[in-house]
Write a protein that binds this ligand. Structure first.
Ligand code: MFK
Length: 573
């Protein structure tokens, strides 16, 4: 009787042409030699022990026990075996620590993201607590509150499992997942100068973490994000009991089912100010930008996992007398997905490069603005791609992709969170407009035009080495999309501001820009992905005599880069 051989995974670093070629280009030979064993090790674990446990652990989920046998409220969450192993592996292999040890200087972020990228697809979104841990460390260091840095950061970035802490990011409230400024949690000042928090956090990473960063409004403060303050909370007191935190329930979610996402009531939770008694939203943004980077790295990691499985399966599955890997339409379908993945990969890791430079202080004002612009662009573009690729991967397995015990449906469910948390596509598209308008961390840029010129000049710089005529043609596609985006923004915005067209009020022009913000942001995202892929493809031809990135770039160039539609009718009812 026929028996189908299942897909299998090899060493996930060794088998990953895209990652290996990228680190070879980016990391100097002697530095790569010093750290490459860490990538081989993580690649091996991801394809063997972690992957096997992931399959075996499929049905397990975190369990919340609210009461003990004698009626005490205990609110304990038990994690699953996969997550317990994942924590150990993450700490041993420095999946957070690598970014802070900075053994590779400004390239340490890239090294860390490569580890996270290999680790993520086999650990069922353990990347979530790691991302928040990383973001909390970066936020505390940014705000130079030495007491809190000394207290928490060594735990967050340690390689010693017994000392390791994870951090939560408690932002979302019932009134606002996106509109964080309307948060209702109140901070009451105690006589000793500390604060107690009272409120309800609606979608949190639970209290398994030892600490959390959260927002609350000191009594008497004004409404909005400026009236909030950023607080540091330790979840347990010295006796091991919860810090006046009640876990109301765990969320029943579409995916990320190993993540113990909880609703919490803060009932007098002791907390310390991180920085000042206002501007909480602004002060928590270092955390947001790190978790958005992790979101993008997770997006490309999940795409890569789907493609690794489906590519292996195509060599094993025979239909109509031939293996799938010999069927033109199947091959064409997978090539399209690989091009999406490879393009997304280069944008996500480019943001890691810029982040690393900003963390070692090797970034100029233009690059800082580029990082501010590309972080939301990258997060929103890769999140959407991850869902599309996961959906197509499932379809490429036929019915097997729809059956739970293959482990495949989790890829789609888990990918679906990526365009939602850490800012939806629309919220990030509006964030991009905000970043373009305000112009950089030091506010020395006059206006939107500088940001758009910067994206175009960055693209042009990357094309300086391009000689291959096919890549040059692809470069024209990217440049034309970027020019179109710049023109659309200027013409939509400029109707009143530049040409004094009294027929269109500034309010109407702003409405039109906001309405088109998603198409605008995705166009920038796809054009920058294409740009970075082209640059790499030329390098790969020159240094590896490998034309595969070039084929991916040509394919990606013809898969809808420019999504802007001029003169689209729009009326706000
Ligand atoms: C797999 C790995 C992924 C890890 C997942 C971790 C799971 C965690 C689950 C969660 O906690 S999800 C919760 C995530 N929530 C969000 O991402 C919120 C989405 N909403 C936004 O991002 C809104 O844009 C925002 C809340 C920031 C808007 O609020 P406001 O009050 O209207 O803020 P405003 O006035 O726009 O910005 C305040 C200041 O911050 C401004 O600076 P100034 O005060 O100097 O004018 C902004 O320029 C600045 N700012 C805002 N976003 C920034 C930023 N600065 C730098 N980077 C940014 N991203």
């Amino acid at each position: 009787m026929f028996q189908q051989e299942p897909p299998s995974l090899g060493n996930q670093y060794e088998d990953d042409r895209v990652l290996r070629s990228y680190v070879k280009r980016l990391i100097p030979e002697n530095s790569l030699a010093a750290v490459e064993s860490s990538l081989f090790e993580m690649g091996k674990l991801a394809g063997t022990d972690l992957y096997q446990l992931q399959l075996a652990d499929r049905l397990n989920e975190p369990v919340l026990t609210q009461w003990d046998a004698w009626g005490n409220r205990i609110d304990k969450i038990e994690l699953t075996p996969l997550w317990r192993l994942a924590e150990r592996v993450a700490v041993d292999h420095g999946v957070v620590a690598t970014a802070y040890e900075q053994k590779l200087g400004k390239l340490s972020r890239v090294h860390q993201c490569a580890l996270a990228y290999l680790f993520t697809p086999s650990t069922d979104i353990y990347s979530c607590p790691l991302a928040m841990t990383d973001g909390a460390a970066r936020t505390l260091l940014t705000h130079t509150n030495q007491t809190l840095i000394d207290r928490a950061v060594p735990h967050l970035v340690t390689r010693k499992p017994e000392e390791f802490w994870t951090a939560g990011q408690w932002m979302t409230e019932l009134i606002g997942g996106s509109d964080v400024g309307s948060s209702e949690t109140v901070a009451r000042k105690e006589e000793d100068g500390t604060y107690r928090l009272y409120g309800r956090k609606w979608f949190t990473s639970a209290v398994n973490s030892q600490m959390a960063l959260t927002l609350a409004r000191p009594e008497g403060n004004p409404p909005g994000g400026r009236g909030l303050a950023l607080f540091y909370v330790e979840t347990h007191d010295a006796t091991g009991g919860l810090n006046n935190i009640v876990i109301n329930r765990l969320k029943d979610k579409l995916g990320t089912r190993k993540v113990p996402t909880a609703e919490l009531t803060l009932a007098g939770t002791q907390a310390q100010l991180v920085k000042g008694i206002t501007d909480g939203v602004r002060n928590i943004t270092p955390l947001l930008n790190i978790t958005r980077l992790w979101n993008g790295i997770s997006a490309v990691a999940l795409m890569r996992r789907g493609l690794a499985l489906v590519s292996d399966y195509a060599t094993k599955r025979v239909v109509f007398g031939k293996r799938l890997s010999e069927q033109p339409l199947h091959v064409d379908t997978l090539e399209g997905l690989r091009a999406e993945f490879e393009a997304a990969f280069h944008l996500a890791f480019y943001v890691a490069e810029l982040t690393g430079r900003s963390e070692t202080g090797e970034i100029d004002d233009d690059q800082a603005l580029l990082l501010r612009l590309l972080t939301p662009i990258m997060k929103l573009t890769t999140g959407k791609q991850a869902v599309i690729v996961a959906s197509e991967v499932l379809e490429s397995f036929g019915g097997a992709g729809y059956v739970e015990d293959t482990g495949l449906p989790a890829l789609l469910r888990d990918s679906q969170v990526l365009p939602i948390w850490e800012g939806t596509t629309n919220v990030l598209a509006l964030d991009l407009l905000r970043a373009l308008g305000q112009g950089g961390t030091r506010r020395r840029y006059e206006d939107v035009r500088h940001g758009m010129t910067l994206l175009l000049s960055t693209a042009n710089q990357h094309f300086e080495s391009v000689r291959d005529p096919h890549l040059a043609a692809a470069a024209r596609v990217a440049l034309s999309a970027l020019e179109h985006a710049r023109g659309w923004l200027a013409s939509t915005d400029g109707q009143t501001q530049e040409h004094g067209d009294k027929a269109t009020s500034p309010v109407r022009s702003l409405v039109r820009i906001e309405a088109g913000a998603r198409r605008f942001a995705l166009t920038l995202g796809r054009a920058m992905e294409l740009t970075l892929l082209i640059r790499h493809a030329q390098w790969s031809q020159d240094h590896e005599q490998d034309g595969r990135s070039t084929l991916a770039a040509r394919r990606f160039a013809s898969s809808g880069i420019d999504l802007i539609v001029d003169d689209l009718p729009f009326r706000l009812e």
